[in-house]
Design a binder for this molecule. Structure first.
Ligand code: FNR
Length: 381
């Protein structure tokens, strides 16, 4: 259908499911095991209701904010997803262009399908952007990458800490088992060049001397083993950069507390979109716990997973999140309508936010608080 018939982010997903090649479709939608966490991430939001306020002049309604010291037009961002050429031949560049047009932050993935330099130069000067890193066991390589992205003007580095051991994504495995190895297939299709894949492997499979070369049994993306990451390593990486330093993939109160104690600038409550630890609680429930425990006032807390509506974003902000990341929700627009789709999806989220804010009596993001929501049904138990 033409883009103007697309009403919301679910519509993009519907079209993507009809049009994407099976490998891409399964790679995107897959969660781990029975996909319980994928579902809960999403549906937990739907158990929260608003307590709307009325008779407030909401003529002016402002959703702009400041993230990591830079102004952005809205409190949501594009979360990093590997190999965006699966979605579109221009991959990460589509996000660079679309996000620049809308002044939305793009978290550039470390496992990108274009070299970082090619992506960052497509981001309009003045638009803040972040970089997501899967640390290598080689400190030298980490430092090299961190310096490179810092020099390019990146304002925040997000270390993914939840990809300890590749999740068992069965849909993804099944289609690859049927259709042959990812690389072979992509070579045939031609959207991911051999050079890109080699580069990707270089970053993702760098091993320390004392580690065995792990077999690439599944794919470079799903089955990495990063069993050696520790808080000590985080402190070291943080110490070598001036960029804001965030941990992506915190899933519990004790770890959120440790992030504070270890001097991190922020955390992203994330379970990798339900692709890593199956039965990890929905991120919005974890946010509720963190907010209760007072942690959202001690450190920047971002959240991702299952977000498809402006209302989801507002609910997270009511519970103390500063920003909300979207993975699949913005991949599908790119996969179906390219940059136009992305821009439209971002605008839809903004429009949905403003509409709801007006109808619940809120004029700016600072006015969002727990009293505006009812969380009695949030907890699944
Ligand atoms: C991801 N995610 C991810 N995260 C990360 O830190 N590095 C990565 O390379 C990837 N790759 C990736 C690929 C795909 C296809 C998906 C769906 C997700 C996780 C991502 O950043 C984010 O945490 C989730 O996508 C959030 O959940 P939703 O919005 O997809 O439900």
């Amino acid at each position: 259908p033409p883009l103007d018939q697309i009403m919301n982010l679910y519509d993009f997903e519907y079209v993507a499911n009809k049009t994407l090649e099976p490998v891409a479709r399964n790679y995107y939608s897959s969660g781990v095991d029975d996909e319980i966490t994928v579902r809960e991430n999403h549906f937990a939001y739907k158990r929260i209701f608003f307590n709307p306020r009325v008779l407030i002049d909401v003529t002016e309604c402002d959703i702009s904010t400041n993230l990591l010291g830079h102004n952005t037009s809205a409190p949501f961002y594009v979360s990093s997803t590997a190999m965006q050429k699966y979605a579109h031949p221009e991959g990460e560049k589509v996000f660079a262009h679309g996000c620049s047009r809308e002044n939305i932050v793009q978290m550039v993935p470390c496992l990108s399908s274009y070299p970082f330099e090619e992506i960052s130069k497509e981001i309009k000067p003045g638009t803040p952007f972040w970089f997501q890193l899967y640390p290598s066991a080689h400190d030298g390589l980490n430092e090299e990458i961190i310096r490179k992205v810092e020099a390019a003007g990146c304002t925040g580095i997000f270390i993914t800490v939840d990809n300890v051991y590749g999740g068992n994504r069965e849909k993804d495995r099944r289609v690859k088992a049927i259709m042959g190895h990812l690389i072979e297939l992509e070579k045939n299709k031609g959207s991911i060049s051999k050079d890109d894949m080699d580069r990707l492997y270089m970053v993702s499979s760098a091993k320390s001397e004392d580690q065995e070369e792990t077999k690439d049994d599944d794919s470079a993306l799903g089955r990495r083993a990063v069993t050696w990451l520790t808080w000590e390593k985080m402190r070291h990486l943080k110490s070598i950069t001036k960029m804001k330093f965030y941990l992506k993939g915190i899933q519990s109160i004790p770890d959120a507390r440790l992030a504070v104690e270890n001097g991190m600038d922020g955390i992203v409550l994330s379970n990798h979109g339900g692709r890593q630890a199956e039965y990890s609680k929905s991120t919005i429930e974890v946010l509720y716990d963190l907010n209760q425990a007072g942690i959202t006032t001690q450190i920047d807390v971002f959240i991702d997973g299952g977000v498809r509506r402006g209302t989801d974003i507002l609910k997270a902000l009511c519970l103390g999140a500063k920003a909300v990341g979207l993975g699949r929700g913005l991949l599908y627009p790119v996969a179906t309508y390219g940059e136009a789709g992305l821009v439209r999806a971002i605008q839809m989220l903004k429009e949905e936010m403003v509409t709801t804010m007006r109808n619940i009596g809120v004029r700016n993001l600072n006015e969002l608080n727990e009293e505006l929501i009812d969380t009695i049904n949030l907890k699944s138990r």
